[in-house]
Each structure stands twice: as C-alpha cells, then as structure tokens.
Design a protein around this ligand. Structure first.
Ligand code: NAD
Length: 275
C-alpha cells in the first residue's frame, strides 16, 4: 500500500510562499495590511507601502517581520506618482533581489453626484485606484515573465462589477481595474504570470468604521441601524467581509494550486453581486 504520510517536521517547516517576495500597496491599514500579514505568515518577504504615523508604521513593520521570521520593508511612495512607484520597485529589488508578487490595493473614495463631483477628485481617484496598478505592473512584469512565475492581485471591488450612484470615479476606476486584470492575464499567460482581481463587498476596515460613525452622527441614527440599513443592506450574509478572508484568498492566488486561475474577477461580497 502506498504510504503518503510525511514527517511532521517537514510539514510544519514548509510555508507555501517561502522565498517569494511581494509589494503590497496601501498596506499600512485595512485590507492591504491584512494581505501583507497573510503573505508574511506564509513565508513571503513583503514591502509595505502607504501613509500614516511613521512610528506606528515602524512598529507594524517590525512586528510582522519578527512574528513571521521574514524580511519586511516599508516604502512611502505616493501611488499618484509614476516616478515614486518606479523608485519603490527599484528599492524592493535592491532589498529582496526580485519582486514575485504585486498586490495593487491602495485606494481612496469620494462620494458626490456627477454634477458636483470635483474634477480634482476624479483625477486623484483614477490615479491612485487605477493608474498606479498599471505603473507597478509595468515596472515588475518583464522580470516576472522571464523567471516564469509572477502573481498580480488587484484589489478591485464589488464596484468593479456593478455600480452605485454618486461614486462615478470609484466605480469607473474599479471597472477599469477589472479590465486591466484581464489584459495582464492574457499577456502573462504563457509565462507563468497570473493576474486576478479580488472584488470585496463591504469589509470592516478603518475606512468603513469612519464612514459608519460619520453617517450615524450626521443622520442622528444608531450605529447598528446604519450598519444594517446602509452598509449591509445589499450584502445578503448581513455581515462584513474580513481582512483575513482577503488575505487567505491572496495567499491561495499566489500558490502553485492557482496556476490556472487567471483573468478572473472574484467577488468576496457576501452574495451582493448575486442579486
Ligand atoms: P484603508 O483606508 O483602510 O486603507 C487604504 C490604504 O491605502 C492605506 O494604507 C493608505 O495609507 C493607502 N493610501 C491611500 N492613498 C495612497 C497613496 N496616494 N499612496 C499610497 N498609499 C495610499 O482602506 P481599505 O478599506 O483597506 O481599502 C483598501 C482597498 O480595498 C481600496 O482599494 C478599496 O477601494 C478596496 N475596497 C475596500 C472595501 C471596504 O469595504 N473596505 C470594499 C471594496 C474594496
């Protein structure tokens, strides 16, 4: 009889992303931070990016490195600058040797009717939520292709698949990201480079927490009512998705088991887009 059991020690010491290196944009908070932690837990070296209090970011960086015994760096590149993105990639290559995994996650939001939507907000949302992904992919794609392994994960949104009023720039950028994901998938397919979009519904992050508090205050309604009647109204599970769920999916997409998954837009939205 075939014995397929393996020594315990081997299983415990083998992490699926050991030796891989990643850049996660917008990873000082929320979904990006959760994804960076999940990649590190699975053995990848990670470059963090995003804004925030420098001391707090350094504490996070050191904790992820120490807890997971991996190299963790931080770069403060502004995702609205293509030059800053290219320099971040140069620093990642200098530190890690190469970049195997790119997670385009940084994003901002602005909510207003089209007639009142500030042109400057449109420009910055398109730059940060969409163009940054193109620049980062462009700077890392050819080396990934020549090594025969690469993973591009674009954090889009349920709003990459459907629209809501008053979110013109965000919905346009996220739909654009889903389109970019498909083009990259086609160009990378023969070279072991996959490209997929994750499309979360509402995820409980500092960004959403702030919106809940703002809406409860401005409409003078209870916090629970805002969560139920506004945020989770269209999310049939009636619960927020979690950053851990986003991290676990990202790790799976980076694994060898996901080598045939490319060009997809994966809803993680509690059934929202099934309506
Ligand atoms: P968040 O505000 O908690 O995190 C955003 C991150 O992006 C932060 O690290 C911030 O510093 C960084 N960032 C913002 N502007 C930047 C810039 N110019 N350059 C570099 N970094 C910048 O938000 P989140 O909820 O974790 O959202 C992360 C991503 O997930 C976004 O793309 C968002 O659109 C998407 N998303 C979020 C939800 C949700 O419910 N939270 C749902 C769907 C999609």
């Amino acid at each position: 009889m075939l014995n397929i059991s393996k020594p315990e020690a081997n299983l415990a010491s083998r992490r699926p992303l050991e030796g891989r290196t990643a850049i996660v944009t917008g990873s000082t908070s929320g979904i990006g931070l959760g994804i960076a932690q999940a990649l590190a837990q699975n053995g990848a070296a990670v470059m963090l990016n995003g804004f925030g209090d420098p001391a707090q970011i350094e504490t996070q960086r050191a904790a992820i490195a120490d807890e997971n015994d991996v190299d963790v760096a931080y770069d403060n590149a502004d995702m609205s600058s293509s030059d800053a993105i290219r320099m971040m990639v140069e620093r990642a290559v200098a530190r890690f040797g190469q970049v195997d995994i790119v997670v385009n996650n940084a994003g901002i939001q602005h909510v207003a009717p089209i007639s009142e939507f500030p042109a400057a907000k449109w420009d910055s949302i398109l730059a940060i939520n969409l163009s940054s992904a193109f620049h980062l992919i462009q700077a890392t794609f050819e080396p990934m292709k020549s090594r025969g392994y690469g993973r591009i994960i674009n954090v889009a949104s349920a709003h990459g698949l459907i629209a809501s009023p008053f979110k013109a720039a965000y919905v346009a950028a996220k739909h654009g990201m889903v389109g970019l994901t498909k083009v990259v998938a086609l160009e990378g397919a023969e070279y072991g480079v996959t490209s997929n979009a994750i499309c979360p519904g509402y995820v409980w992050t500092p960004l959403v927490e702030k919106q809940i508090e703002d809406q409860a205050r401005s409409h003078n309604v209870a916090r629970d009512a805002v969560i139920r009647d506004v945020f989770l109204k269209n999310q049939p599970t009636r619960r927020f998705a979690t950053v851990e769920e986003m991290g676990a999916l990202t790790v799976f997409l980076c694994s060898d088991c996901a080598a045939s998954m490319t060009g997809t837009a994966l809803p993680v939205d509690g059934g929202w887009t099934a309506h």
